[in-house]
Design a protein around this ligand. Structure first.
Ligand SMILES: [Zn+2]
Length: 94
C-alpha cells in the first residue's frame, strides 16, 4: 500500500491548515517540495478530515470551545464525510 507523501510530511498540520483556507495547490507544492497531484489526492481523500480533527483538538486544548461541543461538531462532520445517517436522523436538522 502506497503511503501519502503529504501525511508523511513534517509540516502536514500547517499544509492542511493552508489547504483549509483555500491556498492554491501550486503555491503549497512549491513551498513544501510536494507535487500538486499529491496535495490534491491528500486533501480530497482524507486531508479535509485531518484538518477538522486538528482544529477540534486545538479548540479543546485552548479551552475556547467546550470539549463536548467540539467533539460533537467533529462527529457530525465525520458522519457527513462518510455519509452516515444516525438512527432516527439528525436531532438538530443537520
Ligand atoms: Zn494524506
Amino acid at each position: 500500500m502506497r503511503r501519502c507523501s503529504v501525511c508523511l510530511h513534517r509540516n502536514r498540520v500547517d499544509i492542511d491548515a493552508a489547504l483549509d483556507t483555500g491556498e492554491p495547490y501550486r503555491q503549497l507544492a512549491l513551498l513544501h517540495g510536494l507535487s500538486r497531484s499529491a496535495l490534491c489526492r491528500h486533501w480530497c481523500d482524507h486531508g479535509f478530515l485531518l484538518a477538522r480533527i486538528d482544529s477540534a483538538l486545538e479548540d479543546i486544548h485552548s479551552g475556547r470551545v467546550p470539549a463536548y461541543d467540539s467533539l460533537a461538531a467533529l462527529m457530525v462532520d465525520l458522519a457527513h464525510a462518510f455519509e452516515f445517517e444516525p438512527k432516527g436522523g439528525w436531532a438538530d436538522g443537520q
